[in-house]
Design a protein around this ligand. Structure first.
Ligand code: PEP
Ligand code: MN
Length: 337
C-alpha cells in the first residue's frame, strides 16, 4: 500500500501513519521527496481499505500498489532517485561516465588508465578484482590486491570506484575499497546476494541478467530496496538473443521503459552490450540520447593484450573521442556531462 502525505505534513503526522501501518502488519519504507513524503507499506494490503488512511490527518491519498515491485516503482519516488556517491550524483542532470578496464591486471595498467579516463571526464573508475568468467581456466582477477590498486588510482585522480562483488562473503572486503558495489549480470537473480547488498549502505549497481525481462530486473532491485538500501542503480548491458554478430543485443528501449516504470537511475554498458570496440561509441551515444543517466565503458591502455574483454575495450584515444561527442549530445537531451 502507498500513502502519500500532504505537502507540509508534520513529522508527528507522518509518524502516526507509520505507527498505524506497522500495527496493521506492514513493513514501512519512507521516501522523502521535495514536496511529498511517500510511505510504502509492504504487507497485508488486501486486508486493509486504503480509504481508512485517507481520513487520517496529513494524508493526501492512499492506494494499493498494483505492480509487483512496490518500492522500485516510480510511484514510490515520482521525482526520481538521485544516488549520491560523495560528490557524484547518479540520476541527476549530469550524465555520469564510469570507465576503466574489465579486470584490474597490474598497477601500471590501472594508474595509466585512471589518469586517461579522469582527464577525459570520467568520474568513476571501473575494474573487476573478482571476475565472473565463463571458463574456470581464464584469469579470475587479483582479488584484494586489485581492489587496493583501484582505490589508489581513484584517490590519485579524484575518481570513485566501482567493482564487482560475486558472492555475499566478499561484501565486506569489496565495500572496504569500493564506493559502488557491482552485482553482475550472472548474479542478477542471486537472491541471497541481493538481500545482503541491501543490508549494507554502499550504493549498488545492478546489471540486467542476459535472459532477464525488465520486470525481473525491477524485482531483483526490489530485493535490495526491501532490505533498506535505496541506493540502487540499474544497468542495461545487453541480453542474449538469436543474433550472433554482437556479443549481446543491447536493449536500448529498456532505458525509456525503466524510466517510466521506476524511479531508479539507469545506466548503459555498451561494452558488454556489443562486445566489439567499434560498436561501443555509436551505442554509447544512442544510450545518452535515449535518456541513460550514465555509462559504464571498458577502457584499456593496451586492449590487444588485455586479460579479459580486450575486443570490447576502447583505446584511451577512442574514449576521449566519445567524451567529446557526448558533450554535444547530452545538452541536446537536457543533460550535461
Ligand atoms: C563486467 O562489468 O566486467 C562484467 C562482468 O559485466 P556483466 O556482469 O554485465 O557481464
Ligand atoms: Mn568485462
Amino acid at each position: 500500500m502507498l500513502v502519500v502525505m500532504q505537502e507540509g505534513a508534520t513529522e508527528p503526522q507522518i509518524q502516526a501513519v507509520i505507527d498505524r501501518m506497522v500495527a496493521l502488519g506492514f513493513t514501512v519504507h519512507r521516501s522523502t521527496g521535495v514536496v511529498h513524503t511517500v510511505l510504502g507499506g509492504v504487507g497485508p494490503a488486501e486486508r486493509v481499505d486504503p480509504a481508512d488512511f485517507e481520513v487520517i490527518e496529513g494524508v493526501k491519498e492512499a492506494r494499493r500498489i498494483q505492480s509487483p515491485y512496490k518500492l522500485a516503482g516510480r510511484h514510490f519516488c515520482p521525482a526520481g532517485t538521485v544516488v549520491q556517491v560523495g560528490d557524484v550524483d547518479i540520476g541527476g542532470p549530469r550524465v555520469v561516465v564510469m570507465a576503466g578496464p574489465c579486470s584490474v591486471e597490474n598497477r601500471d595498467q590501472v594508474m595509466h588508465t585512471a589518469e586517461r579516463v579522469a582527464r577525459a571526464g570520467a568520474r568513476v573508475i571501473r575494474g573487476g578484482a573478482f571476475k565472473p568468467r565463463s571458463s574456470p581456466y581464464t584469469f579470475q582477477g587479483l582479488g584484494e590486491e586489485g581492489l587496493r590498486l583501484l582505490r589508489e588510482a581513484a584517490d590519485q585522480y579524484h575518481l570513485k570506484v566501482i567493482s564487482e562483488v560475486m558472492d555475499h562473503t566478499q561484501i565486506p572486503l569489496v565495500a572496504a575499497y569500493a564506493d559502488i558495489l557491482q552485482v553482475g549480470a550472472r548474479n542478477m537473480q542471486n537472491y541471497n546476494l541481493l538481500r545482503e547488498v541491501g543490508r549494507q549502505p554502499k550504493p549498488v549497481l545492478l546489471k540486467r541478467g542476459p535472459a532477464a525481462t525488465i520486470e525481473e530486473l525491477l524485482l531483483s532491485a526490489e530485493y535490495i530496496l526491501s532490505e533498506g538500501n535505496y541506493n540502487v542503480i540499474l544497468c542495461e548491458r545487453g541480453i542474449r538473443t538469436f543474433e550472433t554478430y554482437t556479443r549481446n543485443t543491447m536493449d536500448l528501449a529498456a532505458i525509456p521503459v525503466v524510466k517510466k516504470l521506476s524511479h531508479l537511475p539507469i545506466i548503459a554498458d555498451p561494452s558488454h552490450g556489443t562486445g566489439r570496440r567499434d560498436k561501443v561509441l555509436p551505442m554509447a551515444r544512442a544510450a545518452v540520447a535515449a535518456g541513460a543517466d550514465g555509462l559504464l565503458i571498458e577502457v584499456h591502455c593496451d586492449p590487444d593484450h588485455a586479460l579479459s574483454d580486450g575486443a570490447q575495450s576502447l583505446w584511451p584515444e577512442q574514449f576521449e573521442e566519445l567524451m567529446a561527442q557526448l558533450r554535444i549530445i547530452a545538452p541536446a537531451v537536457g543533460r550535461s556531462l
